[in-house]
Design a protein around this ligand. Structure first.
Ligand SMILES: *Cc1c(COP(=O)(O)O)cnc(C)c1O
Length: 427
């Protein structure tokens, strides 16, 4: 019989999880502030040690759009990557403004560009036609600094979450890229960046080295052909995290020093020395968040089911793309894995399953069930289908206290966009 090795540790013991549940109810997301800060320090330290002076990580806000998290990251020297007007407003309210923000969006509405301009964010254009759009919105003037997103097309292979670059709607072609820098310079842009984003949740470090090689080579070519020395290159996001117990995390030190070697090899003999930027989301907060739910029902039909008080509306990844999320049962760390369950939520959708035919310790109604790697693309992807109300977010402070950083939704929140007064007069 398999041993239930709880090799994905929790930030606090079962008793504390129960205490938190007693105070706040379930389900709840719990984020570990100390671990997030530590990870940020390790990342920044790794790039600094590799000799990247102007390194900045712009946290992909979409991964965990909570202003308390943005403030914690800001304090650790991490900026933001935004892709919409509300994300820009959130950063502004968290005190993150100016060039700490990289604005990478696509099919961008005018109002979003205007807010990015007003905040002084670094704007990363997704298409060559957006130069004219931005110029018009900026009072016939482009910002001093501009970046472009490169889509390598058939030159690169993507992965299952993001798809192949050739089929991706993002970015400029190679030919367009050279033209775009030339146009932007002729219109007065002084400082330039280059950006790409070609992978998602990729744990193979070589893939990230290939991206660095591609971007640095392009930076050298842009200098050769146009005489433009890029101020920065942004390697995008896409560094994976170990969702499965057997997965191995990418080590920040190995990543930074590997990128450094490629940088020196390609740009060492040139007059181009762009700063290296990143916009990771998942590896910044993903491993340091947990969805804690309670088993409220069990049923035994053709399979054995454990029903939680959380659903796919709270954590969509397993239902959306069959993603694995590790599940543990606090207090049963040493129990044998002698039960096979589908662990499910209450949506009227049969893909509302956190786990399918998963070997777990016997779960009793009333047990807490913890779903791991809930710190990124988790609460953020929540939705209200079936009238499910979104869960609360709690921050475990470094001193061990708990701060509620988002309350759970109420039925009134769900009704907030409806006009019941108009309904009274409606027939
Ligand atoms: C989603 C996204 C990111 C972050 O991706 P992670 O996989 O969370 O690191 C970064 N940049 C862009 C443009 C994105 O769309």
């Amino acid at each position: 019989m398999m041993k239930h090795t709880q090799n994905k540790p929790l930030p606090v013991p079962q008793a504390r999880l129960e205490e938190i549940a007693a105070a706040y109810g379930t389900p709840y997301y719990l984020y570990d502030e100390a671990a997030i800060r530590n990870n940020a320090k390790t990342l920044n330290g790794a790039f600094a040690n590799a000799g990247f002076d102007g390194f900045i990580e712009h946290f992909a806000v979409k991964a965990l759009p909570n202003p308390f998290i943005l403030k914690v990251l800001d304090e650790e020297g991490i900026g933001a990557d935004c892709s919409s007007l509300p994300e820009l407003l959130l950063c502004e309210r968290a005190g993150v403004t100016g060039e700490k923000i990289m604005f990478t969006s696509n099919q961008t509405p005018d109002a979003d560009f205007e807010k990015a301009l007003a905040l002084g964010a670094v704007i990363n254009l997704d298409d060559i036609t957006h130069i004219a759009v931005l110029e018009a919105l900026g009072g016939r003037k482009l910002p001093e600094v501009l970046s472009f997103r490169y889509n390598p097309g058939p030159d690169r292979v993507g992965n299952s979450i993001i798809g192949n670059p050739e089929e991706a709607k993002y970015g400029l072609t190679r030919a367009q890229l050279f033209e775009a820098y030339d146009i932007a310079r002729s219109k007065g842009v002084k400082r330039f960046g280059l950006h790409t984003m070609v992978a998602s949740n990729e744990l193979n470090i070589e893939y990230h080295f290939d991206t660095a090689r591609m971007v640095f080579t392009l930076a050298a070519e842009i200098h050769e052909r146009l005489g433009i020395a890029l101020e920065f290159v942004n390697l995008g996001g896409g560094v994976g995290i170990p969702y499965k117990p057997e997965d191995v995390a990418i080590d920040w030190g190995a990543l930074a020093s590997g990128i450094r070697a490629i940088y020196d090899e390609i740009l060492g003999q040139t007059d181009v020395s762009p700063a290296v930027h990143t916009e990771y989301g998942r590896p910044i907060t993903g491993p340091y968040g947990w969805l804690v739910a309670r088993a409220i029902r069990e049923k035994h039909i053709y399979r054995d089911y454990i029903g939680l008080d959380a659903s796919m509306a709270d954590l969509m990844r397993p239902g959306l793309y069959g993603a694995y999320h590790h599940i543990t049962v606090p207090g049963k760390e040493d129990a044998p894995l002698d039960s096979v369950y589908d662990v499910v939520g209450g949506l009227c959708e049969n893909n509302d399953k956190f786990a399918i035919r998963r070997a777990l310790p016997r779960i009793d109604v009333g047990d807490l069930v913890v779903i791991h790697e809930g710190g990124a693309h988790a609460h953020a992807m929540g939705f209200n289908y079936n009238g499910k109300l979104r869960p609360q977010e709690l921050l475990l402070r470094p001193d061990g206290s708990v701060l509620r950083i988002r309350r759970r939704e109420t039925p009134d929140d769900y009704f907030a966009t409806l006009d019941f007064d108009a309904l009274a007069d409606f027939s």
